[in-house]
Structures are given as C-alpha cells and as structure tokens.
Design a protein around this ligand. Structure first.
Ligand code: NAD
Ligand code: DAU
Length: 343
C-alpha cells in the first residue's frame, strides 16, 4: 500500500511511521508542517529509507495534498496531524479549529476527489466529554460532549468524517483512543513533563486536587490498533481504543517519583485547568472482539521502559526544553502564569 501519514513527525505519528517502515512493506509519505510539536529527530534512522518520503507542508494546503495523493498513487491516509495540547487550546482556540477541523475537511475533500481507498481518522476519547467517578466507560454509542476547544475541534473533525462517509460514500474509519504514553512524547504532556522536571529536581505541577483520572495506553498498542483498523476494519465504523488502565493523576505522579527515586516533596499542587475533565475511561470491547486487538504492554513495564527512554534520551528533551518551549513553560507555570502557585 502507499500510505500518506499526516503529522508523522509528532509523538504518535512518528511511532506509527517507525512501525510501518519496520514491520510492513508499505510506502510511507509523511506530510507534516513541523509546528513546535513536530520534530524530525523523532524519525532519526529512517529518513533515507527507500520506502519513506518526508514532505514539509500543511494539511490545509489543498493543492499540495491533491498533488501528493496523485503523484504518490496514495491508497490510504492515516490522519494524525493536529494541535493536540488541551492547555494551549484554552489560550488560542482559533488555531485548533483551523488545523484540526478545517484541516481535516481539506483532507477529506481531497480524498474524495482522489477516490481514496481508505481514510483513517485518529480521533480521541475527549470527544465524549467527562465521566463521573463510578460511571461505566465510554462506548462508541456514548453521545459526543466535548468540553475544551481542543476536544470540540476534534469532535467536529470526527463528525465531518462521518458526514463524508454517510453522504459521499468515502471509506472513513475513526479511532477514539485514550491517553497515550511512550517514547518521543513532547514534554508539555503529563508523563514526560513530570519525568523531566523530576530529573532536574524541579517542582511537579499537579492541577487541582490531582484526582482526575486518565486511562493510559502505550503508544505502540495504539499504533497497532490503528493498523488493524486500516487493514481489517469496516468503512464508516468508529473503534474505541483504551487500556482499561485508569490512574488518578496524583497516584501516577507518585509512581513516577518512585521509579525515579525522587521525593514526593517535589509535588506542587497548582491551580486547576479551567473546564478540566474529571475522568476518561474507554470500553474497547468492539475492537477487541471484531479485530482481536488487545494491549500488549503491562502498565508497570511500559512506564518503567518509558522512564528509561527519557533517561537514555536526555539530549532529545533537553534540546526542546532549552528552546522555544521554555517561553511556553514560563507562560503556563511561571510568575503570573496560568498554573502558578499553590491551588
Ligand atoms: P503531537 O502534537 O505530538 O503531533 C502533532 C503533529 O502534527 C506534529 O508533528 C505537528 O507538526 C503536526 N501538525 C500540526 N499542524 C499541522 C498542519 N497544519 N499540517 C501538517 N502537520 C501538522 O500530537 P500526538 O500526541 O502525536 O497526537 C496525534 C493525533 O492523535 C492527534 O490527532 C491527537 O488528537 C490524537 N490523539 C492523541 C492522544 C494522546 O494521548 N497524545 C490520544 C488520542 C488521540
Ligand atoms: O485522552 C486523549 C487525550 O489525552 C488526547 O486527545 C490529547 O491530545 C492529549 O494531550 C491528552 O489530553 P490530556 O489533557 O488528558 O493530557 P495531558 O497530558 O495534558 O494531561 C493529563 C492529565 O494530567 C490531565 O488531567 C491534566 C493533568 N496535568 C497535566 C499537566 C501538563 C497536570 O496535573 N499537570 C500538568 O502539568
């Protein structure tokens, strides 16, 4: 197959490109704008592979997308490209609508004209909104109720995919996954941020009471799920993906400190994220039953391996943290920042 991956220089996209190059015979064209979150160092070692091509460009550029689909005889699109960080969407929602929603519509329109075989939309469990502590998890039938601008922009994109299938017959398949962790995750997200801060003996900013719950899944298990949906899934279907692995943020941060042998006194409770979703939990029975998918990583092993990756690749995250990202961190967590001070 000839596959166009969008956002393949980001966290999940780069893990997916590595998997495709390493484990399949597919040709992979990676279209990525290299925003602050896109990093070609995530793809070191495969840049010269004969089945791989990188194109720096914007998913919102219809001419570019159309020409790539044609000249590379693309069979399938796997769409990762997005503005992905909830906190940033609170300060600059416009960029989220523009990239996540309009960008997805541009891709869908180009896919339709090209008569693409299959479009996989990498959506998110955040489209379902927030769960009460003892409520059953999200199923594919749970009504969408996004709470942040990020989640709303993804929900709109997700529904556009549904519409292009329903109205125009485009073969679109949607995955809605829970929180990922693993190598190459940008250090603005909870797990890498806490690992990096702990290694530098800086405080660990826990939002609110730290009792918000997330359902963590190793990135390679997410990538395998996406691959199964592409090869064996059904057109027009939604597949939830999750690890049945719920952790309160505070417990997870304490676990990381234990692995790193650092004191809990580094934890600092800061102001809560406005509109903060209390709990996510995914019921992944459909993909388990229909596509025989299941997570392969036990969380303890995956977390220990991930911590080891950040220890072994200090240079990767130190470079990020010493550059442009430094200003973002100060604006969020520094004096006068959104998450300054004790809650
Ligand atoms: P990320 O922020 O690490 O990577 C996003 C990538 O998209 C970057 O390489 C960036 O340069 C690229 N990009 C942004 N705007 C672009 C544009 N206009 N044109 C081309 N490329 C552009 O994100 P991630 O965490 O790897 O998430 C990837 C996808 O998976 C997103 O769609 C996200 O909503 C979804 N998702 C993420 C998680 C998670 O836990 N991280 C869970 C479920 C779903
Ligand atoms: O559920 C899937 C989603 O998971 C994806 O769609 C998003 O792209 C991805 O960013 C992630 O969203 P979250 O908001 O859940 O992830 P984040 O890593 O930002 O935060 C995880 C939890 O940790 C959340 O409850 C907020 C909290 N948190 C986060 C940061 C960065 C803190 O307490 N302190 C922090 O400094």
């Amino acid at each position: 197959m000839n596959i166009l991956v969008t956002g393949g220089a980001g966290f999940i996209g780069s893990n997916h490109v590595r998997m495709l190059i390493g484990k399949t015979d597919d040709r992979v064209v990676n279209l990525d704008l290299l925003t602050y979150a896109g990093n070609l160092e995530n793809l070191t070692g495969i840049e010269d592979h004969p089945r791989y091509r990188f194109v720096k460009g914007d998913i919102r550029d219809a001419d570019l997308v159309a020409s790539l689909l044609a000249e590379e005889s693309i069979d399938a699109v796997i769409h990762f490209a997005a503005e992905s960080h909830v906190d940033r969407s609170l300060d600059a929602p416009g960029a989220f609508l523009d990239t996540n929603t309009r960008g997805t519509q541009v891709l869908l329109q180009c896919a339709l004209k090209h008569e693409l075989d299959c479009f996989v939309m990498v959506s998110t469990d955040e489209v379902y909104g927030s769960l009460d502590p003892h409520a059953p998890g999200f199923t594919e039938e749970t009504p969408l109720a996004p709470n942040s601008p990020y989640a709303a922009s993804k929900a709109a994109a997700d529904l556009l995919c549904r519409a292009y299938h329903h109205t125009f017959g485009l073969d679109v398949r949607i995955t809605r996954c829970s929180n990922n962790y693993g190598p190459y995750q940008f250090p603005e997200k909870l797990i890498p941020l806490m690992i990096a801060n702990a290694l530098e003996d800086r405080s660990l900013p826990v939002y609110g009471d730290g009792q918000q719950v997330r359902d963590w899944l190793h990135v390679s298990d997410h990538c395998r799920a996406i691959d199964l949906v592409l090869r064996q899934g059904r057109a027009g279907e939604v597949y939830n993906v999750g690890g049945r692995n719920e952790w309160a943020n505070l417990d997870l941060v304490k676990r990381l400190l234990e692995i790193l042998d650092k004191p809990e006194s580094l934890i600092e409770f800061v102001k809560d994220r406005p509109g903060h979703d209390r709990r996510y939990a995914i019921v992944a029975d459909k993909i388990r039953g229909e596509l025989s998918w299941q997570p392969t990583f036990a969380f303890g092993d995956g977390l220990a391996q991930t911590v080891q990756w950040y220890l072994d690749n200090r240079n990767w995250w130190e470079k990020i943290r010493s550059g442009e990202y430094r200003a973002y961190y100060d604006s969020m967590y520094g004096d006068g920042g959104r998450y300054q001070g004790r809650s």
